[in-house]
Design a protein around this ligand. Structure first.
Ligand code: PMM
Length: 268
């Protein structure tokens, strides 16, 4: 899943694709590199980000979604708003990627049920402004798993088909770096639930912390591609359905290595 943030303030690529033409070109480029889906987002979810109005979000993503769909590129829409999901679904979006897992907008479940589109339910505890204070868990893996299953139950009660649900542990969302590593360490417990699992680690802060210099300064976002690709290989090895990444080529290469490693060659 290639990331296409049509926002001025996303943490690692904000402002680069605000122009529709540049955004569509980048989306087509990621698809041609091998991305299965291009994830179009119009509202930054980085910690502390201000919310944008629904009209602004739609204004940003709709033309990009429509042109990518017209170019034959499968698109997911990264939104917590039902009206944005409905508008982009009508324009041909193939997946609803909802970082709030249905918690931010009570109408999202109905849109997912009505459109029948695959719906990514990511673990979330609140909008970017409040996230820092929400990162308290007993056993983070058990807690995230339980909270995600509650979101699944709500989706099923709203008429969403079980085979339309994708789970995502929500790395970096109301989580510390320690929580992120615990969730990756026990990713198998999410895969074992039987739903496809999406992992979004690309360029995130917990990778910067791992790669911090001698001075303790976290590695900047641009320097986290190798670590992101390593996560992609390991996530693939552990059975993840997809990884959401900014740099498509390095993760496709990493996942190809994991597949070849597990296939063991032809000689046996
Ligand atoms: N399903 C899913 N969607 C997401 N959207 C945005 C971000 C934040 O990263 P960005 O600002 O680089 O897009 N992370 C996720 C994620 O981990 N999972």
């Amino acid at each position: 899943m290639g990331v296409l943030n049509v926002t001025p303030d996303s943490f690692s690529d904000g402002g680069r694709y605000l122009d529709v033409k540049a955004a569509v070109e980048h989306g087509v480029e990621m698809f041609e590199l091998g991305a299965d889906i291009v994830d179009v987002g119009g509202e930054s979810t980085r910690p502390g980000a201000d919310r944008v109005a629904a009209a602004t979000e739609i204004e940003r993503v709709l033309p990009v979604v429509a042109e990518l769909v017209a170019a034959g590129v499968p698109v997911s829409v990264d939104t917590t708003r039902a009206e944005v999901a409905a508008a982009t679904a009508a324009a041909g979006a193939a997946v609803i990627n909802d970082v709030s897992g249905g918690l931010a907008d009570p109408d999202m479940a109905r849109v997912a049920a009505d459109t029948g589109l695959p719906w990514v339910l990511m673990h979330w505890r609140g909008h970017s402004k409040d996230m820092g204070s929400l990162a308290s868990y007993g056993d983070v893996v058990a807690d995230v798993r339980a909270e995600l299953l509650a979101q699944v139950d709500a989706a099923l009660r709203a008429g969403v088909r079980e085979d339309a649900i994708v789970l995502d542990p929500g790395l970096g969302f109301a989580k510390t770096g320690e929580h992120d590593w615990a969730l990756l360490h026990r990713l198998g417990e999410f895969v074992a639930l039987g739903f496809p699992v999406l992992v979004g680690a690309s360029r995130k802060r917990f990778l910067g912390g791992l790669l911090a210099g001698a001075d303790g300064e976290p590695r900047p976002a641009a320097g986290r591609e190798t670590a992101t690709a390593a996560v992609s290989a390991l996530a693939a090895d552990r059975g993840a359905w997809a990884v959401r990444v900014h740099d498509v080529r390095s993760s496709l290469d990493a996942v190809a290595v994991a597949a070849a490693w597990n296939a063991g060659g032809t000689v046996g």
